[in-house]
Design a protein around this ligand. Structure first.
Ligand SMILES: Cc1cc2nc3c(=O)[nH]c(=O)nc-3n(C[C@H](O)[C@H](O)[C@H](O)COP(=O)(O)OP(=O)(O)OC[C@H]3O[C@@H](n4cnc5c(N)ncnc54)[C@H](O)[C@@H]3O)c2cc1C
Length: 302
């Protein structure tokens, strides 16, 4: 029986693994290799790296740090979680495991621009022509020509946020027509943000720009931000009865415990700021709480 099984080895899961292994707990770390952090061409807002660091380099450093204390990432997709005689049963594609506690750090998946093929998507992302996180990298588009694919409140909020970096922001509807109420329209107009109807569906890279087809023809941008929401990878917990928001973000208490006792969550899968620093902070709190709960069940002594 493991003390804790961590599902997901992004910044949240890896931070928890480092803490738990250093608490001398028996921990396993399952991951299926789709961390959002791996998509970061170079982060400039993560403290401690004045010249920035690529997402893959950061993950590699964290993996090595966890492994140094005995928590080695195992390539396994977890398919189900169950409660059984006071512990958890963790099903993977090949085997099943038992643990006294579980930390879910499975993150989210950003919805891609409609109709964009994967090769173009990945090239545009690597070159900063496509971006997903204005909080992370809005600074990098200062005074650039920026497109936002989205509509409604969400699209409006994202466009207004980016207006803090550049005067040249355009909001393009993903489908045929924009769905903007009067308040959104007024706010966009007041901020000088252009709107164009879609549908988006055709894209091409033209030199250092990403071109997007709209109802009004092709528009070229230095960077495009899809504001199309995310799929929250919380199904394992929700299927076990954990409470979540309508969108799927897990509800947790101040110590990151979900509404299922012994099941913790950290990082993007929890409602909050989707940032590395936040994921790491939550993981530290969750791991320490897990340690203290386990110590109440049986003393942890050297
Ligand atoms: C393009 C881009 C740029 C970004 N730039 C920045 C930035 O500059 N600064 C910043 O702070 N943040 C940035 N972010 C956000 C940052 O990447 C996330 O906030 C962070 O990765 C969240 O960490 P996490 O551990 O919660 O989830 P993730 O990093 O997404 O890791 C989740 C892990 O869980 C695994 N998993 C999921 N389901 C299962 C399962 N069933 N079984 C096993 N494993 C599973 C996945 O394979 C994945 O490895 C950026 C995001 C993107 C997409």
């Amino acid at each position: 029986m493991d003390d804790c099984i961590i599902i997901g080895a992004g910044p949240a899961g890896l931070t928890a693994a480092i803490y738990l292994a250093r608490f001398y707990l028996k921990v396993r770390l399952f991951d299926c290799g789709t961390s959002r952090a791996a998509l970061i061409p170079r982060t400039h807002n993560h403290a401690g790296y004045p010249d920035g660091i690529t997402g893959t380099d950061l993950l590699d450093r964290m993996r090595r740090q966890a492994a140094r204390f005995g928590a080695v990432r195992e390539e396994r997709r977890v398919t189900a979680l169950a409660r059984e005689d006071g512990h958890f049963r963790i099903e993977t594609e090949r085997e099943s495991f038992a643990a006294r506690s579980v930390l879910l750090a499975t993150g989210v998946f950003n919805r891609h621009p409609p109709g964009m093929d994967d090769t173009l998507h990945d090239e545009a992302l690597a070159r900063g022509l496509l971006r997903y996180c204005p909080i992370c990298d809005g600074y990098e588009v200062t005074d650039k020509r920026v497109g936002v694919i989205g509509t409604g409140d969400h699209g409006t909020r994202e466009a207004l946020f980016l207006r803090g970096y550049t005067a040249d922001v355009t909001l393009v509807a993903p489908d045929v027509d924009h769905e903007l109420d009067e308040e959104c329209q007024a706010e966009l107009a007041e901020a000088g943000i252009e709107t164009h109807d879609g549908p988006c569906g055709e894209y091409r890279i033209e030199g250092d720009r990403l071109a997007v087809e709209t109802a009004d023809g092709w528009l070229q941008f230095d960077s495009v931000y899809p504001a199309l929401g995310s799929h929250i990878r919380s199904e394992l917990a929700v299927n076990l009865g954990a409470e979540a928001t309508e969108e799927g973000c897990l509800t947790v208490d101040d110590h990151l415990e979900t509404t299922v006792p012994g099941l913790f969550a950290a990082g993007d899968v929890v409602l909050g700021l989707d940032q590395i620093s936040h994921a790491m902070g939550q993981a530290g709190v969750a791991a320490t709480t897990i340690r203290n709960h386990l110590a109440q069940e049986r003393p942890l002594r050297r």
